[in-house]
Design a binder for this molecule. Structure first.
Ligand code: NAP
Length: 584
């Protein structure tokens, strides 16, 4: 006689207690701090943030001109639209304040430990736990913590890359990285060198150029596309003058008073962002059109110094390197106090920069707008199963299933991991969907009594193969140097970008394919895998702890948020039907 199964003395939705640890409190970490308590129960959540405030990259980057180079209305939480952005491309301080305000508004700060730097993470397979070593940067105290689930929400652009130029340390003047800005330094009447022409330098140069008495030397070694802010037709629809991208107090008040107007404004931006995906395909009509348009615009903006246009305008497609609108950048380069230097740098000396051509450029300050160590593992050790380090797992190139999970690293997820940025569309919507995916996985572990979830190695390989094949037809594999590529920007793998459009990413992330993962039950091999069904009760109709009510809402399914109301009549006849996305 087979032994009858032993029922678990618990309701089906009792959800076992779990410890979840998140590394980083930027856009991603704050999102998790909102959704995990909202959607899950019995979670002991802690978000470790190494800095003394939340905001991530928007707290760290404080260079002059630092702003969002995509429309701020498309770079915010979908559920918390800000009517009060002062400009189409909002400045860093406002974005940081928005993030801090969102964290306060949704009660995230109670989970955040500021000035806590995670120094190492190690999977303990016998305990099925992550072991974290954390250092308090304010007191120096080091302590150990453990977690059932570990989420790296540290962002791809958080580890500054200093240029590997001989002599950099010997420079006697002021040296700073764009992401390590010295706000106290007075640039007035100074000879300033700026290395790089990526998105950061493109924002920094116009600001430094206008400083009284400043003499700029811009060291540029690569070609790049500078795009126009937004098409005139979109600007018309938005009611904006492309030359004046600030919002007046009246416009902001109107957004605040009239949510429908704000919604329509946002919708136009999203529609535009999601209908230019074609531009990423090599040889597409949209790509060809953009090359003509932006090439002409760059030449016009550089009319005073046409030799710069000749150097800068690339032969690779727009988007191969991240294209940025860079308001004022080309105009600044054309000014008389700016020297545009394309001779390669040889060394940095005590007094300036020596070029390969033999020329010496004397400097008081050297700004390295040289980007970040991207796509790599965190700068602290992370060891998965069998002492496998994430660093070696990410060699020769980083790859993670759907950008968020790596085989051999159970109960570990990444927000905006490898292959998660996008060429067009809204990054914050993708980030929200990644967070939702992870929340669903934690719920599965909790509710279905799994000790671990771990993506199958063959699915990670399939994903990497898919990415490699997909990118072949895109401009991203053109001959350019870009942080989207492996091997420090020179490799043949695209490791920075999602392999498809933003809408493609949303669809892929919408419903997890649970069959792509391996699981270990709490009871081990051979255990009863249906024990999660519990004792036949739901917590929602059991007495609450204080005995004064129920454990939940015993008729929760009647609440509007759980209803999916079909349209009356034949759905295909209704106008709205044509506009609605298909739902699962
Ligand atoms: P980046 O795009 O990686 O650009 C780094 C620049 O430094 C490049 O021009 C690079 O030249 C140059 N460089 C690096 N090492 C050098 C060396 N040894 N000698 C000479 N030049 C050197 O970095 P970033 O400008 O900081 O931008 C990184 C990313 O941050 C952006 O793509 C974007 O995603 C994000 N970002 C966003 C915003 C926003 O508004 N949303 C603003 C700023 C940054 P090569 O190209 O020749 O390597």
């Amino acid at each position: 006689m087979p032994t009858p199964p032993q029922l678990k003395e618990a309701p089906i939705d009792g959800h076992r207690p779990m410890k979840v640890r998140v590394i980083g409190a930027g856009y991603s970490g704050i999102y998790l701090g909102i959704r995990i308590p909202q959607r899950l129960r019995n979670v002991d959540l802690q978000i470790y943030e190494k800095n003394e405030a939340v905001g991530g990259t928007w707290w760290v980057n404080r260079y002059p001109g630092c702003a969002c180079d995509i429309p701020a209305h498309s770079y915010q939480y979908s559920f918390n639209p800000n009517p009060d952005w002062s400009a189409f491309y909002a400045p860093q301080k406002e974005i940081c304040a928005y993030l801090q305000g969102s964290a306060e508004k949704y009660g995230v700060m109670r989970y955040v430990k500021l000035s806590h730097n995670v120094e190492s993470c190690r999977w303990d397979d016998s305990r099925k736990k992550w072991i974290l070593n954390v250092k308090r940067t304010d007191t120096g105290e080091i302590f150990e913590d453990d977690a059932d689930v570990l989420i790296a929400a540290r962002g791809n652009l958080s580890d500054p890359a200093w240029p590997n130029i001989p002599g950099l340390q010997s420079f006697q003047g002021e040296t700073m990285h764009s992401a390590r800005w010295n706000e106290d330094y007075d640039f007035k009447n100074k000879r300033i060198g700026v290395i790089g022409n990526g998105s950061s330098a493109i924002q920094i140069v116009p600001k430094l150029q206008k400083i009284e008495g400043a003499q700029l030397s811009c060291f540029v070694r690569s070609k790049t596309w500078i795009t126009n802010p937004f098409g005139d037709s979109v600007m018309n629809k938005l009611g904006l003058d492309p030359k004046k991208l600030d919002f007046s107090p009246e416009q902001r008040q109107e957004f605040a008073n009239n949510p429908e107007k704000l919604y329509n404004f946002r919708k136009i931006i999203e529609l535009d962002g999601n209908t230019i995906h074609d531009v990423s395909l090599r040889g597409s009509a949209m790509q060809q059109g953009a090359i003509g348009l932006f090439g002409t615009a760059m030449r016009e903006r550089l009319a005073k110094k046409p030799e710069i246009a000749e150097f800068l305008i690339p032969s690779f497609g727009i988007g191969c390197r991240r294209a940025t609108p860079g308001p004022g950048y080309l105009e600044a380069l054309a000014e008389s106090n700016v020297d545009f230097i394309t001779d390669p740098i040889d060394t940095v000396t005590a007094t300036g920069v020596a070029l390969k051509s033999g020329r010496e450029v004397p400097l008081d300050a050297l700004v390295c707008a040289t980007g970040f160590n991207t796509g790599s593992a965190p700068p602290f050790p992370v060891y998965g199963k069998g002492e496998l380090s994430l660093q070696s797992r990410f060699t020769p190139y980083p790859t993670a299933y759907l950008s968020l999970a790596v085989d051999g690293f159970p109960n570990f997820f990444m927000m905006l991991g490898p292959n998660s940025a996008i060429g067009s569309g809204s990054l914050t919507v993708i980030l929200e969907n990644e967070g939702d995916y992870i929340v669903k996985a934690i719920r599965k572990l909790q509710k279905e009594d799994y000790a671990t979830i771990s993506v199958k190695p063959e699915r990670v390989r399939d994903w990497a193969d898919y990415c490699h094949e997909y990118f072949k037809k895109t401009v991203y594999t053109d001959q350019c140097h870009s942080w989207y590529k492996s091997d420090g920007g020179f490799g043949d793998r695209i490791t920075g970008l999602w392999p498809g459009s933003a809408l493609h990413a949303l669809e892929a992330l919408r419903a997890p394919r649970w069959e792509d993962f391996d699981y270990e039950g709490l009871e081990g091999e051979g255990g009863n895998r249906m024990k999660w069904l519990g004792d036949g009760w739901s917590v929602t109709h059991m007495p609450s702890e204080d005995g004064k009510g129920w454990g939940g809402d015993p008729a929760w399914y009647m609440e509007p948020c759980f209803m999916d109301i079909p349209l009356p009549g034949r759905p295909e006849d209704a106008e709205e039907f044509k506009l609605r996305p298909f739902s699962h």
